[in-house]
Ligand binder design. Structure first.
Ligand SMILES: [Zn+2]
Length: 210
């Protein structure tokens, strides 16, 4: 394993999408969950809870699978194309885990760019969102990470990432505001510098629905 620049662990030789075998220690998670059940005053040995630690371990392995993947690689296979208008995939659904409470935040990402000769397969943008979200995350960082990756790998003239999500840690506990939506955006290049390009992008993302 090696440490990537953002501090996540990256498998050195995992296959296309598979998580490195042994990357997640299921046993250890299960032991910890059993401890939590004791700590809250439950009896982990009662029938209904017997399978829970192992089940939670499998769930965490899935929710955090992105820690062992390198989303950047999806942007490294590109086509050379003279298309220089906006490419946008909107409504990419995702489910991430807030790193402050380990509670899910669920929403949609809109990812767009203005190519500079390099165009990627459309599904790749969704894959990047998927893998970046399957980690302990903060929405602001996730938004910025996706945008930076596109700038770095595609050298795009402009990149726009807008993420909107509902955070369980705000709706279920603490301030308890169901229905509140957190919106974050990262605008790079053209979409930062040029007001009309930014407006065009926002119009494509939200045009007919706001
Ligand atoms: Zn939280």
């Amino acid at each position: 394993m090696m440490e990537s620049e953002n501090g996540s662990l990256v498998g050195e030789n995992e296959s296309e999408d598979a998580v490195a075998v042994g990357a997640v220690d299921h046993e250890r998670i299960a032991r910890a969950v059993r401890e939590i059940l004791f700590a809250v005053g439950e009896n982990p040995d009662r029938e209904g809870l017997l399978e829970t630690p192992a089940r939670v371990a499998r769930m965490y392995a899935e929710m955090f699978s992105g820690l062992h993947l390198e989303p950047r690689k999806h942007l490294q296979k590109f086509f050379t194309e003279e298309y220089d208008e906006i490419v946008l995939i909107r409504d990419i659904s995702f489910c991430s885990m807030c790193e402050h409470h380990l509670l899910p935040f669920v929403g949609k990402a809109h990812v767009g760019y203005a190519p500079n000769g390099k165009v990627i397969g459309l599904s790749k943008l969704a894959r990047v969102v998927e893998e970046v979200s399957r980690r302990p995350q903060v929405q602001e960082r996730m938004t910025e990470e996706i945008a930076k990756m596109l700038v770095d790998e595609l050298g795009a003239k402009g990149v726009a990432v807008v993420v909107e999500a509902t955070h369980s840690c705000m709706t279920m506990r603490g301030i308890r505001k169901p229905g509140s939506l957190c919106v974050t955006s990262a605008m790079k290049g053209l979409f930062r510098a040029n007001q009309s390009s930014r407006s065009e992008m926002m119009q494509l993302i939200y045009g007919d629905r706001r």
